[in-house]
Every structure is written in C-alpha cells, then in structure tokens.
Design a binder for this molecule. Sequence first.
Ligand SMILES: NC(=O)c1ccc[n+]([C@@H]2O[C@H](COP(=O)([O-])OP(=O)(O)OC[C@H]3O[C@@H](n4cnc5c(N)ncnc54)[C@H](OP(=O)(O)O)[C@@H]3O)[C@@H](O)[C@H]2O)c1
Length: 280
Amino acid sequence: MEYKKLNNNEKLPFVSYGVYEIDPKDTKNAVLNALNRGYTAIDGAQVYYNEKEVGQAINESEIPREDIFLTSKNWVSNSGYDKTIKAVNKSLDDLQTDYIDLLLIHQPFGDYYGSYRALQDLQKDGSVLSIGVSNFDSARLVDLTMNFDIVPQVNQVETTPYFQQYEANEIMNKLGVAHQSWGPLSEGLDGLFKKPVLLEIAEKYDKSPVQVIFRWLVDRDIPFSCRSVKTERMEENIDIFDFKLNKNDIKKIKELDEGESPFNDYNDPETAEEFNSEII
Ligand SMILES: NC(=O)c1ccc[n+]([C@@H]2O[C@H](COP(=O)([O-])OP(=O)(O)OC[C@H]3O[C@@H](n4cnc5c(N)ncnc54)[C@H](OP(=O)(O)O)[C@@H]3O)[C@@H](O)[C@H]2O)c1
C-alpha cells in the first residue's frame, strides 16, 4: 500500500478502513475481511464503541501487528490530561496491543490542551507512535502548534468533492501537518456518484466514480479513511493505484466544491453542545 510520510517519518497508508457505525457484532468479521482484501490501516475511535472487536480481528488475523497501521481517537468526554491517559490505556487494552500507530484528538471541544499534553507524553513513552487532531479548523490548528513543542502529525478533517478544503490543505502543508480525509463519499449524498463530471472522468479511466473520488484524494496527496461492509466495495475502494488523474481532471472536480460540510458546522453552538453531550 502506498503511504504518506508523516513529519516524524512514520508512514500513514493512503487508504484506511474506517469502522464508524459498524455494529460491534459485525466489526470483527468486517475488519478481518478488510485485512484479507489488502487494507493495511484501520481507522477507529473510542466513540465507535467497537475497539474490542477491532482488537479481536487484529489478534486473529495472520498479519503481523507491525504491518497494520492502527488509529484511535480520544473522545471529548475523555478530554483533559488524566482522563486522556486513562482512556488511551483502555483503548490499548481493548485493542489488545502495546502501541497505537496514530492517536487523534477526535474533536476540538473539551480540554483538548490537556489531552494534547497527555498525547505528547504517551508518544514519548512509546504507547502511541504518532499524534494528531481531527476536525480542527485552521485557526485552532495554528493556535495548537504555537503552544506545543510537537507539531501534530495529522489533522483528519472531512474532505469530499462537496467540501474540498483547499485553504485548510495549504495551511496544513505549511505547518507540516498531514491532511487526512474522513467521509470522502459524503455517504453518496445528493446523487454524488452520478455527477456528470465524475462519470466522465470515470469512463475515461475505466473506473467507477467512487474510485475517481478516492484517486482524486491520492493525487492531492491526501490519505483517507473509507468504509464499506460489502466485500465487492471493499475491493473496489482500494483498487485505485493503477491510474492517475491529470491536472485538468482535478480542476474539473473543483466545480463540485460547495465550500462547506453538508454535515457539521464547527461554528454552530449546537455542534459544540451535541459533541459535549455524548458521554462515553
Ligand atoms: N474524524 C472524524 O470525526 C470522522 C467522522 C466521520 C468518519 N470518520 C472516518 O471516516 C470513515 C469513512 O467515513 P464514513 O464511514 O462516514 O463515510 P464514507 O466512507 O464517506 O461513506 C460510507 C458509505 O458509503 C458507502 N460506500 C462505500 N463504498 C462504496 C462504493 N464503492 N460504492 C457505493 N457506496 C459505497 C457505504 O455503504 P456500504 O457499507 O453499504 O457499502 C457507506 O454507507 C469512517 O468509517 C471513520 O473511520 C471520521
């Protein structure tokens, strides 16, 4: 699997298998299936409530632990120095592993300064190899980097044809923070897979519109996390390394950019309330 080198020289595979909203009873088989289909990275989180099952799958698979890139995310209700240390140790237990490859602060809410201090210490003791944040807009990201010694390795933010994040990408590149995309398909909202521009490019390369979206991210040097529980789609979603978009294709896809998320507005008080209300 092709990868992006992080600012600490760790290697983040371009494709991660996301386990958001996969029922715990289906998670072990889904992850085993993904690993057997060639996925080398699993993108999980405490708040997905399926870390035990991810751990079981990794443990039962024939693949050596060091060949799997494992991500977890620390939830808002576990923010603050002490709670983060405790929560990450629980993730390590649930995932049945001695280390997590990438630990992200899941949301820019709660005491994330305390959490980031904890992540720096966990990284120093080897419990986590890389640290970062998720859903941090550019101002929050700049603020964080100006107040800590360790520049986050990753910022995982929603990045899709509808929300292309060019400005945020420029700032992340300037800071040396790797931009990772979540939810790249916008769950197929508003007929995304039937947009003429994607159909036209897909036809040219004999690929599907979904593969064009994933390749568009790779060609922008943006690793991503995607999810399907269906074997055929799992295979389709990683079969993207035998073609390449040109500059003109990428320019054409810009016409789909709406400049904002169809799901979350991080400046909406209701978003802050919603994420602070989920206690895990
Ligand atoms: N950091 C964050 O705050 C955050 C937030 C959201 C997500 N994430 C991460 O990003 C991952 C992906 O996001 P997501 O799960 O919300 O959405 P997504 O990957 O954009 O879309 C998933 C949906 O697309 C469908 N799908 C997948 N492959 C397809 C294909 N080839 N053709 C047609 N439909 C396809 C899936 O259906 P089927 O399963 O039925 O195939 C599923 O309903 C998550 O699992 C999680 O790891 C992170």
